[in-house]
Design a protein around this ligand. Structure first.
Ligand code: KIV
Length: 272
């Protein structure tokens, strides 16, 4: 059967590998709900991450730790419905994979089965290798995550740049190589020096996606609420804002309130 001209071709984990080989940068953005997920997908992004940053931007928690597996599945289900082209990757939340490899497998299977997502992401290196391998053995693609790992924020103590010291940088390189060896299809490097991210990217065959990791990685990821300027309280150096939706939305709502108070809304055409 031949493909129709308008048929949408799904981005897969293999597509990302091909993009790296071709030297074409990979675009990735978070989404947590159906409406924004639809816009992000239709804009042509390659990967949508249903990040556990939903804990911060959707639920208002200070860290990513409180979000539950059920809540992640709720967000992921909505995004999967919206995404016709992008690869949808879902964070396994804190407390749903650290206990044992069988817990990791159960959580990953719940995410894949209940939400319809295409892959999961897990934070950590060698210390979670067994869990990653168990998830992979069930046919679930895994994206790794090294550098600043927000689920370990209380161990790190701060959100400052990671792996500046030689020892930590060496561990990060070893972990990245190990994740590739295990079979991860890609890794995220968060908030590390650009030179270190450059070395890891050239050492690995799998795609490396950076956030606050400089320009040399195979792709970039940011949180959609930050990119769109919905959340104005978060201003790290690595963030580039592409819109000021906070002001746009606030002005629109003020206009709406004004029209109600003045009696100009609804008018005759807006009434039955
Ligand atoms: O949860 C998230 O949004 C993430 C990205 C910052 C990579 O893990």
């Amino acid at each position: 059967m031949s493909k129709s001209k308008d048929e949408i071709v799904r981005v897969t984990t293999h597509t990302l590998g091909e993009l790296k080989e071709k030297g074409e940068k990979i675009s990735m953005l978070t989404a947590y709900d159906y409406s924004l997920g639809k816009i992000v997908d239709a804009s042509g992004i390659e990967v949508i991450l249903v990040g556990d940053s939903a804990s911060n931007v959707m639920a208002g928690h200070e860290t990513t730790l409180p979000i539950t597996l059920d809540q992640m599945i709720y967000h992921a289900t909505a995004v999967v419905k919206a995404a016709k082209r992008a690869l949808v990757v879902v964070d396994i939340p804190f407390g749903s994979y650290q206990g044992s490899s069988s817990e990791a497998l159960k959580s990953a299977i719940r995410i894949m089965k209940e939400s319809g997502a295409h892959a999961v992401k897990m934070e950590g290196g060698k210390e979670i290798k067994e869990s990653i391998m168990r998830v992979l053995s069930a046919g679930v693609p895994v994206m790794g995550h090294l550098g600043l790992m927000p689920q370990s924020i209380y161990k790190f103590g701060t959100y400052t740049v990671r792996a500046k010291a030689e020892e930590e940088a060496e561990k990060l390189i070893e972990d990245a190589l190990e994740l590739e060896k295990c079979g991860c299809f890609a890794i995220v490097l968060e908030k590390i020096p650009a030179s270190l991210a450059k070395s890891v990217t050239s050492e690995l065959k799998i795609p490396v996606i950076g956030i606050g990791a400089g320009p040399y990685t195979d792709g970039q990821v940011l949180v959609v609420h930050d990119v769109l300027g919905i959340n104005k309280d978060f201003n790290p150096r690595f963030l580039r804002r592409y819109a000021d939706l906070n002001t746009v939305i606030s002005e629109a709502i003020k206009h709406y309130i004004h029209d109600i108070k003045s009696g100009s809304f609804p008018n005759q055409k807006e009434s039955y």
